[in-house]
Design a protein around this ligand. Sequence first.
Ligand code: C2E
Ligand code: MG
Ligand code: MG
Length: 667
Amino acid sequence: MQATSRTQGTVERISALFLRRRTVVACIIAILMTCFVAGYYVQVTVTNLRSTHQSLNDRQLRNGYIAISDLHRLVLIIQEAAVRGKMSDEAVADFRAASDFLFVRMDTFRRIQSRGDFLKEADDAIAALRRAQAVADDAIANDFRDLDADAAALIEHTQIAREALVIYLDRMRQLQDNLLFGQTAAVENQRTVVWVILLGLSVLGIAATTLLRKEVMAKQARQAAEERVRHLAFFDPLTGLPNRVQFQDRLSELLAQKTALALLLVDLDGFKQINDTYGHAAGDDILRHVAAALGPYRTPDGGFAARLGGDEFAVVCISEDIPLLSQICDDVIAAIADPIVFEGEAVGVEASIGLATKTQIGRQVAHTVDGLTRVADFALYASKSNGKRQFTIYDEVLEHQFLERRAMVEELPQAIADGSLDYYLQPKVDMTTEEVFGFEALARWRRNGVIVPPSAFIGIAEESGLIADIDCSILSNATRDIANFNLCHGTSFSISVNFSTLHFSSLKFVETVKHALLASGLQPDLLTIEITETAEMQDWGKAKQVVSAIHDLGAKVSIDDFGAGFSSLAYLRTTVADEIKIDRSLVQDIETSDTSRFLLDAVLDIARNLGLDATVEGIETRRQADIVLEMGARKAQGYFFSRPMPRDDALAAAMTTDQPLLQRPAS
Ligand code: C2E
Ligand code: MG
Ligand code: MG
């Protein structure tokens, strides 16, 4: 194992080296230099060989010529002595020396000859030299007694030896030359072959080095791509935080190991608005800012933060200490709320958190990622529903509420279709004539034998987008029923229908109203659409277009719950509504509080000045009715006159004329 990893390490180090252009250039230079040195060495060898042959040849020839001159010297010395008739001591010494030199020469020839092929010419020459030498030795041995005879014998043998020597040298030169030329040619051929091989090796070496570099680069690119794919599979590219896949893997590992563990689900409030208002670049900056705020919760014991998608984040803490976790939630909310600067402008976002611990889910829910996420989700949902920018700790009540809401969302479409989601009517009374002049349609849901009030399902319907179906269904049913009733009984009851502001600004809504009026045949001025201003309703420009389109149809628009929530005088001045419905909260204390009375009076006054109709809601007592009447209000609605009732009961009661409404006891 170790050896394999060491080998891998070495391969990787070499690969890294070959990624550098300098390494490749150095390799190519090394190959070229090696080839050059090898070629140069071959060239030098060839030259050496040639000069060695040359010098050998020269030596042989020199030896031969010197031997000839030695013979010549012997002959000259003895000839001179013969002419003088005697050998002087000096001549004897010279003769001896020349004879010795000749001997040495002869020995040299013999040694050279013994190394190579035996040449007949060489043998002849050596034999002739020997004989000449023997004659010289005899002359020396006889002390040159017969100089003429010695000279004649020496000249004869010297002549023979010289001729044999010349023949030998000639033959020798021939052989040497042949050898020299043959070998030199062979070596030169070899040199050419070596040069070609070296050139080929150089080209191969350069090609191999280049290919190796390419291969290493491709491998690295492949590795980088694989690394990137691996990173993308487990990390969110925008924030660098672990993604949902990694979150699930790590959390399920932690759930198996750790006893104490908590999950914080963090969801941004109003992130969509930031994208819509400042653009996606600002949205991205905000998400990075959130990731930075969650960064510190990556702890050595395994705690980490992740982005689960969109504006959803999670923090996993290795603790179940509720005070500590609550502090973390507060810190996270505060850190996220810290605004960022985008294009010179401060942009801020808020967050809601759902918190659940592993022990909390101990008994009811399985110890799985889904189990823990689901309960933390209930808590998050509660944070959102309770006003956002807060954290909620999971408990079973929350879960029950959540499941109930979810069941409602699932059942609502069927309820709308089969009529179990219906409406009640609450009379609107003209206090001066004490007569019912119209009704408000209020949604009711007959669910499992129980009548469910709108407060239990309107919010859910708004969240799930089902509210438009509910409103349209009640609009068409109520207009149809009232139109039929008016037609049958010759009455002119008006009908007010509530509409959620979530879809009020859509022009499609105008088509729905038009269709309801046409289908029912109701006189358009008997229809009033009640809307409540909310924080969500921001596009009042569009809403005003819708209001005038409704006016064009002949119907009216009423601002509901005026005095509660978001309605304001400033808004009243700009609106083109026909009526305000004064909220119950402005009425409930008028019997006991001067301030309340003063406030209600002022609101009625303003409505009159603006030419708006006013209906006072929530009259529960006779005294309240009297006070409101004294203030000059004409139209009212409340339990004192009648609670909302099933349609037929409400219509039947309105037709009872034997007792004025104001005298009737409240039901
Ligand atoms: P709202 O439109 O202001 O309706 C008046 C609410 O006050 C009704 O409650 C009614 O029962 C109640 N009320 C009337 N007189 C009195 C009184 O003297 N004392 C007290 N304490 N309450 C009184 P409800 O029917 O529960 O409706 C609540 C709200 O639900 C409505 O307020 C309206 O905003 C909404 N809603 C009702 N039906 C629909 C609908 O079909 N569509 C939409 N979008 N919202 C609806
Ligand atoms: Mg209303
Ligand atoms: Mg109201």
